[in-house]
Design a protein around this ligand. Structure first.
Ligand SMILES: C[S@@+](CC[C@H](N)C(=O)[O-])C[C@H]1O[C@@H](n2cnc3c(N)ncnc32)[C@H](O)[C@@H]1O
Length: 422
């Protein structure tokens, strides 16, 4: 039974108050719209931009049930292109983005710009120019061990995260990011026990004694070597190149925001910021030009359940894929629920790539269309734990027309009205 292709302008996934928005849009084209909607509302901006590496980045995608079962990536799909006409072109893009970020921030807001040794010196000057030298807070060194090891110079094993405030009345809470006290790092200190029996380590500097009690929490300095990069087999890995660990974003979000605050990421990639924000009860605005990035981020949010039956509630604003597929889907209405059945999906792009039928579907959901908004109730996503997509789902009766959304392995999102069966 052929389903009918429709276009939806907006998506709301799952019940409850939305935690945030994933937006597929390109900078600087979307800057004006972002200013109109979000200027002065963002508490913290995290930017992990292209680093001007001169390379193309990919998504190592698993295809179909077999791809997820064997755990081996079956296909490399283009994610983003980090090749620039000139350094000037790159710096112009970054200047525009940083000005936009500043406009979106509240006066209490802060920004973390994640960069590596290639553009770091240029970015430090650009940040001084846009945010003001007096609003510089830290140059955080994130040091890690993963990746290859150079032999013709010292292995480059750190990124730099430039931390600036928008104004002097910025919010920052070191107390929100306690870390384990490191024995190794404090063994140059003298051990002691005070008159109350509390043990401590101490160091004398400029004639003054500094005591660090064992029962008091420790806090990170500006060198972070306790957050490891994602290892090859890390279950967090999505296959999206340049993905950052959730733990890194958790630290950044915790120290710079409070529950309910809005966190913004203008180069969202696989959605690490959105996932960390949602887990910490912060709202998010995550923008990326790549349809694959939005698809991967949405998939991760669908698995961020926070005790709910489905994922946390979130919105997506992304263009719809073209009406160039054949889809067979039916809906069987009952009194309190609907049964939705997706039996086949055929696309020209998949045929050309030699991918058969439902193997080209990476996630699908069922819900209702209200006006031009799709409201997903039940999602079905391929994961290593659930490599097979269910063909049939049950959903409660809601206002609107029953509708399904199919996201293919390229991140194209298409909407269809299943045939009604009475
Ligand atoms: C380094 S990756 C971000 C990785 C991300 N932090 C993560 O954990 O997955 C940079 C991202 O910026 C996006 N991007 C590059 N140029 C863009 C532009 N002009 N507008 C919006 N997004 C862009 C790319 O698609 C890519 O996903």
């Amino acid at each position: 039974m052929s389903a009918t292709y429709i276009r939806c302008a907006a998506e709301r996934h799952f019940a409850g108050e939305s935690m945030g928005t994933l937006m597929q849009a390109s900078l600087p084209a979307c800057a004006q719209e972002l200013r109109e909607r979000f200027a002065g509302k963002v508490q913290m901006v995290y930017l992990d931009p292209p680093f001007n590496t001169g390379k193309k980045f990919e998504m190592k995608a698993r295809i179909g049930e077999k791809g997820y079962k064997t755990g081996s990536p079956s296909l490399s799909l283009p994610a983003y292109d980090d090749r620039w006409e000139s350094r000037e072109a790159y710096l112009n893009m970054m200047r525009e983005t940083l000005i936009l970020a500043r406009d979106l921030m509240k006066k209490e807001g802060t920004i973390f710009l994640h960069i590596d040794c290639r553009m770091h010196a240029h970015m430090r000057l650009l940040m001084d120019e846009i945010f003001g030298e007096s609003n510089f807070l830290n140059e955080i060194i994130w040091s890690y061990q993963s990746g290859g090891r150079a032999r013709t110079y010292f292995p480059r094993k750190h990124d730099v995260i430039l931390f600036y405030a928008k104004s002097r009345s910025y919010y920052f809470s070191l107390k929100s990011v306690p870390i384990a006290r490191s024995e190794a790092r404090s063994n140059h200190m003298k051990r002691g026990v005070d008159e109350d029996g509390r043990s401590y380590r101490s160091i004398i500097s400029a004639g003054k004694e500094y005591r660090y009690y064992d029962d008091e929490p420790a806090y990170p300095g500006d060198v972070w070597d306790d957050v490891s990069h994602l290892q090859q087999k890390d279950p967090q890995r999505t296959g999206y190149d340049t993905q950052k660990p959730v733990r890194l974003l958790e630290r950044i979000i915790r120290c710079s925001t409070q529950e309910g605050d809005l966190v913004c990421d203008l180069f969202a990639g696989s959605g690490t910021t959105a996932v960390a924000a949602a887990q910490l009860g912060r709202r998010f605005l995550c923008v990326d030009q790549s349809p694959l990035a939005v698809a991967v981020a949405g998939k991760r949010l669908s698995q961020t359940t926070m005790g709910k039956p489905m994922g946390v509630s979130y919105d997506v604003e992304a263009p719809c894929g073209e009406d160039d597929c054949q889809v067979e889907a039916e809906v069987f209405p009952a009194i309190t629920s609907y049964t939705v059945h997706l039996s086949s999906f055929e696309s020209e792009q998949a045929r050309e790539a030699g991918i058969r039928g439902m193997d080209a579907v990476d996630q699908w959901s069922a819900g209702f269309v209200q006006g031009d908004t799709y409201r997903a109730c039940v999602a079905n996503v391929r994961t290593v734990g659930t490599p097979k997509l269910e063909a049939t789902v049950e959903m409660p009766v809601c206002a609107g027309e029953p509708c399904i959304m199919i996201v293919d392995i390229w991140g194209n999102r298409r909407f269809y009205l299943p045939k009604r069966r009475y």
